[in-house]
Design a protein around this ligand. Structure first.
Ligand code: BYC
Length: 312
């Protein structure tokens, strides 16, 4: 280890933050750009499944809340792209890599949203899983990422509660509404568990990311934490989780749960999920349709720059 590397690791080990101008190993920079970019892409792709229901929300109140939530996701994408830029990444390059499949986004957004109850299940389960994954990232060793996560987590907890409230209303509504809520939970439960990534035995990035203080807990530990949090909530909702093996384990003081079909996760990551193609195509179209906005913003910024130079 060089002395620069030793100083860097000592900072990380003493729980201090690495800031953009600090020296950092190239591999640390690359890992962060990879994770932050994937995270940013997930936020903006994640707008699609929910955006699908804005025009069909069952009341004005639900529509206003859903619009605010989808807008929050765009904001999360912005904080995260800005955090990646502090590492020297170029936002346009990152978007290109999303559009041509060279960078990933979360598997969860490749599933369709079939009914209004899916808005509840996404809020409760997907945002719930996101919180469990992201609260530890508030203590990530890289300052700009950690700080972005603080605000993201506050907003995610509002999102999670709105999802719970949708499901609670449906679950205690008519029998048809209850069935719709149960069906949504049945479809979203296993994909939500997969959001935490492959099992620890099959997670190539974990060991190094944990040594660098980027990840604070392993994929399996966070998944277990999510299950422990969610089972009592499902009881409060009056809904069941689609896993007969869920049972309290006195010895471990945690819930046991059934085996996850990780071949499904790997297939979805490879691009073979139910909606991968549609999501990326829609994203590319939106990007192309928005070209005039980017051009107008750049032209306006150039005009202002010229005006202030002339004034000076
Ligand atoms: N989907 O070695 P591993 C949100 C990839 S946003 C797709 O364990 P790592 C929300 C992984 O990238 C949700 N790919 O990796 C937004 C790696 O591939 P590469 C997103 C996955 O990085 C809007 C390979 O598999 N959250 O919540 O140590 C509305 C091996 O995995 C997935 C974040 O991005 C997956 N599920 O750990 C509502 C949080 N899992 O890159 C909600 C930040 C794994 O080597 N990210 N892969 O080619 C993380 O915490 C970590 O990156 C992960 C994976 C836990 C996801």
């Amino acid at each position: 280890m060089t002395s620069q590397e030793q100083d860097f690791q000592a900072l990380v080990d003493s729980d201090q933050r690495i800031e953009p101008r600090d020296w950092m190993p190239e591999a640390y920079r690359k890992t962060l750009i990879r994770q932050i970019a994937q995270h940013a892409h997930s936020e903006i792709i994640g707008m699609q499944p929910e955006g699908n229901w804005i025009s069909r929300a069952p009341s004005l109140r639900r529509k206003a809340i859903l619009m605010a939530k989808v807008q929050d996701e765009a904001g999360h994408g912005l904080y995260l792209y800005a955090a990646a830029e502090t590492l020297g990444a170029d936002r346009a390059d990152l978007l290109d890599m999303l559009h041509n499949g060279r960078q990933k986004y979360s598997s969860i957004f490749n599933y369709p949203t079939l009914t209004w109850a899916d808005m509840g299940a996404i809020g409760w389960l997907v945002d719930g899983a996101a919180i469990v994954n992201q609260v530890p990232l508030c203590r990530c060793s890289y300052g700009p990422y950690a700080r972005a996560m603080v605000r993201v987590c506050k907003e995610e907890s509002f999102h999670q509660r709105q999802g719970f409230e949708i499901l609670n209303t449906l679950s205690h509504g008519t029998p048809a509404q209850h069935d719709m809520a149960q069906d949504a939970v049945n479809r979203w439960w296993w994909p939500s568990l997969m959001m935490f990534g492959p099992p620890d035995t099959d997670s190539p990035n974990s060991a190094q990311s944990m040594a660098w203080g980027v990840k604070r807990f392993s994929n399996d530990d966070l998944r277990q934490r999510f299950v422990d949090m969610t089972v009592p909530q499902s009881e409060a909702l009056g809904l069941t989780l689609p896993d007969p093996e869920v049972a309290w384990n006195e010895k471990r003081e945690s819930y046991d749960f059934g085996e996850i079909d990780f071949t499904e996760l790997f297939e979805v990551i490879k691009g073979n999920g139910p909606c991968n193609k549609a999501r990326v195509e829609h994203r590319r179209r939106a990007h192309n349709d928005g070209a005039w906005v980017r051009e107008a913003a750049s032209a306006y910024a150039a005009k202002r720059r010229t005006a202030s130079e002339t004034a000076a």
